[in-house]
Design a protein around this ligand. Structure first.
Ligand SMILES: NCc1[nH]cc(CCC(=O)O)c1CC(=O)O
Length: 332
């Protein structure tokens, strides 16, 4: 596309910006509540709303309050909620068996939300880190992250979540071959309508710090995740990973983190034209929220501008901790 433009003064770009009416008429992208997926942190117990120091305004919720949050999200028109468990260190092991326990925190939460708020889509995270005593997304032997053994564990985890009623499975582990393995297992088990939103292009990022605090993985993690998460310097590789996951049966794909990787979002959308999502991760939330809390930026305006940026970059939706706040503003 190459727009033709008259020369100044025949062309004055400011004409189209001269009033609210003209600005609205010429606006190219729209952010709506339908674009939002709300990640929440869950924990055991009852009536607990536990603050997370590095994410002001975000809480770990006991299951009863997670169900309330899902109902609130549905009332606001948010289409999906995504669950992240804070697991007690005592249930973490090297074999990560708790990950596929049908009665683990996540699976109980899926059932509770689907029973009380069936209209909201429940998304889950597939990775072993909340259940792993060494904090990694995969099984570890002799200091190495094992790919194929991890994929087998992830398949069990995915099936347990599917049985519990999850609508969207989100493999976030970055092992090779996991989307295909999960898709085959879902088909074999008769789960034909469960979607996979693959964390296809997930970078080894410093912006996940507050999240690891939130799920209690910070202390556990030994080393870094660079042998499975992507090198932030790479872009072509993201396209190869997206193509691979689509060929293995992903319905939707994700780029993560979000704001520092909008160039990747745009390349993915332009190249494949598939449902494309970005995760505005914990560190991005903390930066905007922290600056706003100090009075250094206008938090509401920065939040809405950051979310619109994802739409402009070609995203169909955004996972964001701002989801309820943004939804309230969008509803007016
Ligand atoms: N599989 C773990 C997982 N799933 C989502 C996030 C990060 C989300 C955020 O920072 O908001 C992470 C952290 C990590 O890979 O270490």
């Amino acid at each position: 596309m190459r727009p033709i433009q008259a020369a100044y003064p025949a062309a004055r770009f400011r004409r189209a910006r001269s009033s609210d009416a003209l600005r609205r008429l010429t606006q190219e992208n729209v952010l709506s509540v339908n674009d939002l997926i709300w990640p929440i942190f869950i924990r055991d117990g009852a009536a607990i709303r536990e603050p997370i120091a590095s994410m002001p305004g975000v809480f770990r919720l006991s299951l009863d309050l997670a169900v309330e949050a899902a109902a609130e999200a549905a009332d606001l028109g948010i289409p999906a909620i995504c669950l992240f468990p804070y697991t007690d260190p005592s249930v973490k092991t090297e074999a990560c068996e708790e990950a596929w326990n049908p009665d683990n925190l996540t699976n109980r939460c899926i059932r509770a939300i689907k029973a009380a708020v069936p209209q909201i889509a429940v998304m889950t995270d597939i990775a072993l880190d909340p259940y792993n005593s060494n904090g990694h997304d995969g099984l570890v032997r002799d200091g190495l992250i094992l790919n194929d053994e991890t994929v087998e564990a992830l398949v069990k985890m995915a099936l347990a979540q599917a049985e519990s009623g999850a609508d969207i499975l989100g493999p976030s582990d970055m092992m090779d071959g996991r989307v295909g393995a999960i898709r085959r297992a879902l088909e074999a088990a008769g789960h034909k309508d469960i979607t996979i939103l693959s964390y296809s292009a997930k970078y080894a990022s410093a912006f996940y710090g507050p999240f690891r605090d939130a799920v209690g993985a910070t202390g556990a993690l030994k080393g870094d995740k660079k042998t499975y998460q992507m090198n932030p310097a790479n872009s072509d590789e993201a396209l190869r990973l997206i193509e691979r996951d689509l060929r293995e049966g992903a319905d939707m794909v994700m780029v993560k983190p979000g704001m520092p990787y909008l160039d990747i979002c745009r390349r993915v959308k332009d190249t494949f034209g598939v449902p494309t999502y970005a995760y505005q991760v914990s560190g991005e939330y903390a930066m905007i929220r922290g600056a706003a809390d100090h009075g250094w930026i206008n938090g509401e305006a920065a939040m809405m501008e950051s979310l619109m940026a994802f739409k402009r970059a070609g995203c169909d939706g955004i996972l964001t901790y701002f989801a309820p706040e943004a939804a309230r503003l969008l509803r007016g």
